[in-house]
Write a protein that binds this ligand. Structure first.
Ligand code: FES
Ligand code: FES
Length: 177
C-alpha cells in the first residue's frame, strides 16, 4: 500500500485492516507513536493524516493509502515544539507527548489559548495538569521560533477537517482544562 510517510513515499505490505498504530509501531518501527487506551479516548496515538490529527488506534491501515501520514519522528529532533515542551516541563512520563505535539502542530502558527485548548481537547495527560503544555505550545509559536507549520515538515496537503472527530464515539472527547 502506497502512502507518504514523514515526507517520503513508501510502499508498505501490511493487512489493510490492521490498525495504523500497529503498522507504524510493528511494521515500520516508528515507536514514537504511543498507545494509551486503544479506544479513541486518550489521543496518545495521534498522528496526522494530510495534516489533520487522527487516532491511529481507530484507523485501519487501508484508510491511510494514498495519504500523507506524519508521526512524531517526522519532526526530527530539533523542532521548536519539542524544545518548548522540554523548556516548560510539558512532558513528564511522556506517553501523551507525541500526540500532544502533533495536535499542536496541526493548529498552525500562533493559535490563541482558546484554540490550543480546543485543539488539544482530545489529548489527555495524567501528569502535567495541562498548563505547562499550553505554555509550551504558546511559547513555540512566538518570537523567533519559526518553522513550526506543517509545510516545514513536508506536509503539503492539509485538509480543513479534523478526521479525528468522526472517528471518536460521541462524547468521548474529554475537555482538558
Ligand atoms: Fe488511541 Fe488512546 S490509544 S486514543
Ligand atoms: Fe504523562 Fe502526559 S506527561 S501523560
Amino acid at each position: 500500500m502506497k502512502l507518504t510517510l514523514n515526507g517520503a513515499e513508501v510502499d508498505v505490505e501490511a493487512h489493510p485492516m490492521k490498525r495504523l498504530l500497529d503498522v507504524l509501531r510493528e511494521e515500520l518501527q516508528l515507536t514514537g507513536t504511543k498507545e494509551g487506551c486503544g479506544e479513541g479516548e486518550c489521543g496518545a496515538c495521534t498522528v496526522l493524516i494530510d495534516g489533520a490529527p487522527v487516532c491511529s488506534c481507530l484507523i485501519p491501515f487501508a484508510q491511510a493509502e494514498g495519504t500523507s501520514v506524519t508521526t512524531i519522528e517526522g519532526l526530527g529532533e530539533n523542532h521548536p515544539l519539542q524544545h518548548a515542551f522540554m523548556d516548560e516541563v510539558g512532558a513528564q512520563c511522556g506517553i501523551c507527548t507525541p500526540g500532544m505535539i502533533l495536535s499542536a502542530l496541526a493548529l498552525g502558527d500562533k493559535p490563541s489559548l482558546a484554540q490550543i485548548k480546543e485543539g488539544l481537547a482530545g489529548n489527555l495527560c495524567r501528569c502535567t495538569g495541562y498548563e505547562a503544555i499550553y505554555r509550551a505550545i504558546a511559547k513555540a509559536n512566538t518570537g523567533k521560533q519559526a518553522g513550526m507549520n506543517l509545510a516545514s515538515i513536508g506536509v503539503k496537503n492539509r485538509r480543513a477537517t479534523d478526521k479525528r472527530k468522526p472517528a471518536r464515539p460521541s462524547g468521548a472527547r474529554k475537555k482538558a482544562d
